[in-house]
Design a protein around this ligand. Structure first.
Ligand SMILES: [Zn+2]
Ligand SMILES: [Zn+2]
Ligand SMILES: [Zn+2]
Ligand SMILES: [Zn+2]
Length: 198
């Protein structure tokens, strides 16, 4: 395992190499070049060691794009990363082809939905595709909260429905009403009566 796996300064190849994405101004395709920086170990005044990276210096290296255009102004780089170029383009194509949520632009099967810890899945609602979160927001907004002075409901964002959360039941001994979690309804005595017993 490299130092960076423990969040420590590191001068391994993964840390030194810095990928740079260059877009061809003509055909808009992406090229990935790698800048292999030199690592210099440092010690600060508190005695902590770190790594400084210096960019390599060299002449401008144009990229000849497959569309025939020669991309100038790229600067110096260590090498052209063919594999990363292919992967980046494939990823972009996948994103471009994916369906997205009409509200938050989350991509189906690619992005994760905020607060749901799962991949975006789209559902058609009133003619638009919505991710789990935006669907839930909308259904909650459209469904009236059935809560009243004796029942409190909370919206279940996964099941898309209001669920009974708390109920206000009277204690069978003193008659005083108190809020109970819905699944604690069996508790017939209030805390005070329960503690005093009899
Ligand atoms: Zn490293
Ligand atoms: Zn091009
Ligand atoms: Zn959404
Ligand atoms: Zn009581």
């Amino acid at each position: 395992m490299a130092n960076h796996d423990f969040n420590r300064p590191c001068d391994c190849r993964d840390c030194r190499e810095w990928p740079k994405h260059i877009e061809c101004p003509i055909c808009k395709e992406i090229h990935v070049v790698v800048i292999d920086r030199s690592a210099v170990w440092t010690t600060d005044k508190h005695g902590f060691t770190g790594v400084d990276f210096n960019d390599p210096v060299g002449p401008d290296k144009p990229i000849s794009c497959e569309c025939g255009h020669s991309i100038e102004g790229v600067g110096y780089y260590s090498r052209y990363d063919k594999e990363a170029t292919i992967n980046t383009r494939a990823y972009q194509a996948e994103r471009a082809a994916a369906s997205k949520c009409a509200v938050c632009d989350s991509l189906e099967g690619i992005d994760r939905v905020k607060g749901f810890f799962e991949m975006t899945k789209l559902t058609m609602k009133d003619g638009v595709q919505l991710c789990q979160k935006c669907l839930s927001d909308r259904v909650q907004l459209e469904t009236p909260d059935p809560s009243d002075e004796k029942n409190k409901y909370i919206f279940n964002r996964k099941l898309l429905s209001w669920e009974l959360d708390k109920v206000k039941d009277p204690c069978i001994r003193c008659g005083k009403s108190r809020w109970l979690k819905a699944n604690n309804r069996w508790k017939s005595l209030c805390t005070t009566c329960f503690k005093t017993g009899t």
